[in-house]
Design a protein around this ligand. Structure first.
Ligand code: SIN
Ligand code: FE2
Length: 216
């Protein structure tokens, strides 16, 4: 991206620092919301949402699918990235250009200009679903950030430190908010509190979350 374009984007983007290396971009995905909704629909036809199991054998409360060259999966064999969807045995659906460019712009505004995502995990939260605090550490290149896009129902994001014992800050996330964490924040613990019931005009009774990663 051209330097002058980056300067212009920074001028017009609200940016809230959560921690060094971690920012909240409120409403950053608003202009892309319908593209994202339609993209999720197409992806889910090819690679339906499913509840994967933890390595311990417990089903996760969040339903997941992926797009892009690599997809994050979990089962008895552990957490990892896979080029094929284990349900269909086929490659994951391609990452739509509108998804990729949104993630790259968000990373650029947040100060990570070299972001090149090759994986997009799509989480679907129904009321009650949650994500326990964890680190994103299955990716090869820790120099690259995580870009996380929230869609639909609101949620409370927990953002902690580099060890599990540190207190978790609670950050309310609304439809179309984007969080980027990288650099010194790349391995911070994070999670999502149980989703409250609701109905969103575009996304219905769900919260969707896209996390873009450079996995390979
Ligand atoms: C994740 O950590 O993979 C999901 C975070 C979120 O749903 O906001
Ligand atoms: Fe995560």
């Amino acid at each position: 991206m051209e330097a002058s374009w980056i300067v212009a984007m920074r001028l017009f983007t609200e940016l809230k620092e959560i921690a060094p290396g971690a920012v909240l971009l409120p409403g950053f995905a608003l202009s892309a919301a319908l593209t994202l909704r339609d993209g999720i629909r197409v992806i889910a036809k090819e690679a339906p949402f499913r509840r994967m199991s933890t390595p311990g054998g417990l089903p996760m409360s969040v339903s997941m699918t992926n797009c892009g060259p690599l997809g994050w999966v979990t089962d008895r064999a552990g957490y990892r990235y896979s080029a094929v969807d284990p349900v269909s045995g086929r490659p994951w659906p391609a990452m739509p250009e509108g998804f990729r460019s949104l993630a790259v712009s968000a990373a650029t505004v947040a100060g990570f200009a070299e972001f090149a995502p090759d994986a997009c995990l799509i989480n679907r939260y129904a009321p009650g679903a949650k994500m326990s605090p964890h680190q994103d550490k299955d990716e090869r290149d820790m120099q690259q950030p995580i870009v996380s896009v929230s869609l639909g129902l609101p949620a409370v994001f927990q953002f902690g430190g580099l060890t599990r014992s540190e207190t978790l800050e609670r950050i309310p996330l609304e439809d179309c908010d984007v969080v980027v964490w990288g650099g010194p924040a790349r391995l911070r613990y994070h999670g999502i509190l149980p989703l409250k019931m609701g109905n969103h005009p575009v996304f219905g009774p769900y919260r969707y979350n896209l996390t873009f990663r450079a996995a390979a």
